[in-house]
Design a protein around this ligand. Sequence first.
Ligand SMILES: Cc1cc2nc3c(=O)[nH]c(=O)nc-3n(C[C@H](O)[C@H](O)[C@H](O)COP(=O)(O)OP(=O)(O)OC[C@H]3O[C@@H](n4cnc5c(N)ncnc54)[C@H](O)[C@@H]3O)c2cc1C
Length: 334
Amino acid sequence: MRPFKYTRVDSLKSAIKELNGNAQSRILAGGTNLLDLMKEDVERPEELIDITHLPYSSIRSLSQGAAKPGVLLDALGKNAGTANHPLIRSQYPMLSQAILAGASAQIRNMATNGGNLLQRTRCPYFYDVAMPCNKRTPGSGCGAMEGFNRMHAVFGWSDKCIAVHPSDMAVALAALDAKVLVQNRSGQQRRLTFDEFFRLPGDAPEKDNNLQHGDLITGIELPASNFADHSYYAKVRDRSSYAFALISVAAGFQLNGKQIRDVRIAMGGVAHKPWRALTAEKMLKGKEANEANFKAAAKAEMAAAKPHEYNKFKIELGERAIALALTKALNYGS
Ligand SMILES: Cc1cc2nc3c(=O)[nH]c(=O)nc-3n(C[C@H](O)[C@H](O)[C@H](O)COP(=O)(O)OP(=O)(O)OC[C@H]3O[C@@H](n4cnc5c(N)ncnc54)[C@H](O)[C@@H]3O)c2cc1C
């Protein structure tokens, strides 16, 4: 690892000041991704700004007293504490399941909510500094395009990058219509939808999201959810634990009798960002919640997929995973 300066800050103001003072600085939260990338020589920060002493580690109900309040997850809340929090387990079970499907208990104890959204792709060509990668070194090419692209994107990719976003938590948050709270370098706060926050690779795959240097995530806002009774996070992976998703699906719906009143589906392992399955959602709204409709919606969603040499299997896997997640959501709790 290369030498770097370490600075610990104890207020948001000093964090922003330090970040703005050095364009080559990086925020250190749990460090479970950043330090790995530094050891691999992918990330080469001059300075780490340790924000772990900032007062952003709680989880609380928004709009106290409302029949169905939303929830605010502070950015420095740990993944383990978030997954096991009673508010999350009872109101957002798919989020709890998604977090617990990721990494290992030790990593979840260390990893933070903000850091989880900003973890970088696990594309092996990004990690291997001897290989070309437009995400790591813009303009160098994409080793995955003609390489072993089994894990890679089938939606929304560009000729510059076919990497996928690795986070499980972010997939459930996308399905739950979460918003990311960001404090910028001049002290202003923004509230970004997931669509505004994450990016597709396009011509600038080095950017995973629309944050600027000096922006700091302070929290993640969850709106009140109507999906707690029927929701599920399905993760398909090569090993039963400690592995990233080949494909994952966060699915939740609200029923009116047997009819689907409202539905949310998001996928992981298929795109550069958590992918909302809008075609499937549209097909299912107003329909009866049954296996035939789930399968038809899943097929329609995956019909638009554009696979590569080694990931053609993701089309059928995606269809099956969407149908599975919806069926499990229908029978959730029974
Ligand atoms: C072996 C292993 C297996 C894993 N398996 C999975 C898995 O199956 N599923 C999964 O989803 N994840 C998995 N992970 C990834 C893990 O979830 C992430 O490493 C973790 O969530 C990152 O959080 P962190 O707080 O440690 O981030 P850090 O490493 O501290 O930071 C990550 C990035 O975010 C930036 N950052 C952090 N906090 C903020 C903030 N508040 N504002 C602005 N920028 C910030 C940092 O500068 C850095 O660029 C795995 C990790 C490992 C090491």
